[in-house]
Design a protein around this ligand. Structure first.
Ligand SMILES: [Zn+2]
Ligand SMILES: [Zn+2]
Length: 373
């Protein structure tokens, strides 16, 4: 970090740092290597807090930002710029670090060097979603690392202390960082299934999010968990993370297998962490009456629906996107007590962010990759 402005009031170091440069890994052009740039950052005012980033998780949605969009129906490409993303952008929404400097309103609430986890799903504050605490579903989102600069940087300015959760010295920043998106998305999805202890839930995709959803479903719902994936090594991990039964949909007929596992009744809920045409077509054949289908993954595609079965079998089709600040606070509590165990498998420097994104895109990161700027 380099101070731009000469210090006018020598007695106060903090006052001098009104504007300074922060090193950040930024997407300047989609699909091109990220550039390390010096980005001007302001000293925090009012309720703002400046965080020294210790850990910034690498998420699948960062790949979509890097590639510039998502797969839509009929091979259509849905551009990130059409939904308000502006480049150059510093990605990174799974941020944990220490408090470096605070605005006057944050005084007494946070102190320097305190370890915190950042809630990145920030809204504009006034829409109906924000009013009920669902800022993650705001009409005009200002999410860190998506619509505003995020945590692939040495420092990040947080608009208000209310988006910070203290994690204490007993938790490390690497695993904590994953709670704000990876685990939060899994938690939001599990909550959306409204599972009861006698329910069977099929969890499609035993990657990082799927495995966390299995831990969470085990911890909070009491339901029977059936993991589905194409890869035996991932299904082995599923078993270790709480799955009661495993189905390899490449080796066996998934519909037949689920019917056998559920006494021909079908699943009470499906959580799909892939959410591609192929997986959701299967999901819709696994369902018991009143089943909830929760779609989470961002693979994309389209689905042909048998419309009459929707009312007659009373299915619920639910989209689930991240989670709320209060859910993140709950997750911190679960992680602190060791009830859930996020897995960080790869660590990178700020200069290696392109490599980190490439490895994630190519399926070479099992667990979670974290950047330590
Ligand atoms: Zn809002
Ligand atoms: Zn994410």
């Amino acid at each position: 970090m380099q101070i731009n402005f000469p210090c006018l009031i020598k007695s106060s170091y903090i006052l001098c740092r009104s504007i300074f440069d922060v090193k950040a890994a930024r997407i300047v052009k989609v699909n091109e290597p990220l550039e390390i740039q010096d980005v001007e950052t302001l000293k925090p005012k009012g309720s703002q807090v400046l965080i020294k980033v210790e850990s910034s998780g690498v998420c699948h949605s960062d790949i979509h930002l890097w590639e510039g969009g998502y797969n839509g129906p009929e091979g259509q490409f849905l551009k990130t710029t059409d939904r308000g993303v502006k480049y150059p952008l510093t990605p990174g929404h799974e941020i944990a670090g220490t408090v470096d400097n605070i605005g006057e309103e944050a005084e007494g609430r946070f102190s320097k060097n305190e370890k915190v986890l950042v809630f990145p799903w920030i809204g504009e504050g006034l829409c109906p979603a924000c009013r009920v605490g669902e800022e993650n579903l705001c009409d005009k989102p200002r999410s860190l690392g998506v619509y505003t600069d995020g945590g692939y940087a040495e420092y990040v300015l947080i608009p208000s202390y209310k988006y910070l959760v203290k994690i204490g010295d007993d938790m490390d920043t690497d695993t904590s960082a994953t709670l704000s998106c990876s685990a939060l998305t899994a938690y939001g999805a599990v909550k959306n299934t409204n599972l009861k202890p006698n329910d069977n839930v099929v969890i499609v995709g035993a990657g990082g999010l799927g495995l966390m959803a299995m831990q969470l479903a085990k911890a909070i719902t009491g339901s029977r968990i059936i993991a589905m994936d194409l890869d035996d090594s991932k299904l082995k991990a599923a078993k270790e993370n709480g799955a009661d039964a495993m189905v390899n949909s490449k080796k066996e007929d998934p519909v037949k297998a689920i019917m056998e596992l559920t006494s021909n009744l079908g699943a009470d809920a499906v959580i799909d962490f892939v959410n591609a045409s192929k997986t959701v077509e299967i999901d819709m054949q696994l369902l018991r009456r009143r089943a909830r289908v929760v779609l989470v993954g961002l693979f994309g595609g389209e689905l042909k629906l048998n419309l009459v079965t929707m009312p007659t079998r009373a299915y619920k089709l639910i989209g689930s996107y991240t989670g709320t600040l209060s859910e993140m606070v709950e997750l911190v509590s679960l992680a602190k007590r060791g009830i859930i165990k996020p897995v960080v498998s790869n660590r990178f420097k700020l200069s290696q962010t392109t490599e980190a994104l490439g490895m994630l895109r190519d399926g070479k990161i099992i667990g979670r990759g974290v950047i330590n700027p």
